[in-house]
Design a protein around this ligand. Structure first.
Ligand SMILES: [Zn+2]
Length: 274
C-alpha cells in the first residue's frame, strides 16, 4: 500500500514538473514572437544625406553596436582596428556620452562640471553649449552616417509607419554594411576576424533586402542573453521546491519500507524458536 501511494505521489511530482516546464517554454515562445512582431513593425528604411551629425542617431547606432555586436567581439577577445568606423574612438560623441551620469529617472548630471538636469535632452543641450570643444568633427567620425547599415530605427523607440521597401536603398545599405564588415573584420587577420566577419554579415547585412525572410539581429544580443538567464532563474526557483518535495517523499517511503522490514524480521524472529 505505501509503495502504491509513493508511486502516485511520484507521478504527481512528474506531472507538476512537466506542467511548469511547458508554462515556461510557452511564455518564452510568446515573448519571442512579440519581439519579432515589434521588429517587423519597426522595420523601415533609412534616410541618409545628413548635413550635420545627429547625436540621437549616433547614440542609437552605438546602442546597436554595443548590444548586438560587442558581446561577440568581447567573447572572441578581438580588438577592432582603428580604421574601423565602429571603433569607439571613431564616434565623435563618445567622450561626452561617457560623461553622462544618470542618478535617477529625473536626474542627469554632467560629468565634466557636475551640473544637474531633469532630462537627458537638457544635458545634450548643455554639452552642445558648454563642452562642444571636446567634440572632434574633423575625421568624418559621425556614427549616425552608419545608421543605414546598423538598423538604427530598430534601436530608436518610436514606431514609424512602415514605408515601402526601396531596392536601391536596400542595396546601398547592404553595400555600406559589407564594407564595414571588410574594414572591421578583415578575413586575412586570423580565425577570430573571419568568424566575426561572418557573424557581422548575418547579424547586420542579410536583412538589407526587399525580398524579406531575413530579420536584423537574428543571433540576438545582450538583452536576449539576460532574458535567457532570467528564464533559467525562474526555472530553478520553480524546480527547487519540487526537488525537495521529491527528496522528502522518497525519504518518507524509505522510512516506511524500513519499518515494514523491521516488522517482518521481528515476526521471523518470533517464529524461529518454535
Ligand atoms: Zn558641464
Amino acid at each position: 500500500m505505501p509503495r502504491r501511494e509513493g508511486g502516485r505521489s511520484a507521478y504527481l511530482v512528474a506531472a507538476l514538473i512537466s506542467a511548469s516546464c511547458l508554462l515556461l517554454v510557452a511564455a518564452s515562445h510568446q515573448e519571442f514572437h512579440e519581439a519579432a512582431g515589434s521588429r517587423t513593425l519597426l522595420k523601415s528604411h533609412e534616410q541618409t544625406n545628413k548635413v550635420h551629425c545627429s547625436r540621437e542617431r549616433s547614440r542609437s547606432a552605438w546602442e546597436a553596436i554595443y548590444e548586438y555586436l560587442m558581446p561577440v567581439v568581447e567573447k572572441e577577445k578581438y580588438e577592432l582596428p582603428r580604421k574601423c568606423r565602429l571603433h569607439p574612438d571613431n564616434d565623435m560623441f563618445r567622450e561626452q556620452e561617457q560623461h553622462k551620469i544618470h542618478f535617477d529617472i529625473n536626474e542627469w548630471r554632467c560629468g565634466f562640471c557636475k551640473k544637474a538636469f531633469r532630462a537627458e535632452k537638457f544635458l545634450d543641450q548643455h554639452f552642445e553649449n558648454r563642452h562642444n570643444n571636446l567634440v572632434d568633427y574633423s575625421h568624418g567620425r559621425c556614427l549616425a552616417d552608419l545608421c543605414g547599415a546598423l538598423h538604427c530605427d530598430l534601436m530608436l523607440k518610436f514606431k514609424k509607419p512602415k514605408s515601402k521597401c526601396s531596392a536601391a536603398a536596400a542595396a546601398k545599405n547592404r553595400h555600406l554594411c559589407e564594407s564595414l564588415a571588410d574594414s572591421c573584420f578583415p578575413i586575412n587577420q586570423g580565425p577570430s576576424a573571419s568568424r566575426l566577419h561572418e557573424f557581422f554579415l548575418r547579424q547586420f547585412c542579410d536583412a538589407h533586402t526587399c525580398k524579406g525572410g531575413s530579420k536584423p539581429f537574428p543571433k540576438g544580443g545582450r538583452k536576449e542573453t539576460n532574458r535567457f538567464y532570467l528564464a533559467l532563474c525562474a526555472l530553478i526557483v520553480v524546480l527547487l521546491p519540487l526537488f525537495y518535495l521529491i527528496v522528502f517523499l522518497h525519504q518518507r517511503e524509505m522510512k516506511k519500507g524500513g519499518q515494514n522490514l523491521r516488522r517482518i524480521s521481528k515476526i521471523g524472529q518470533k517464529k524461529k524458536p518454535s
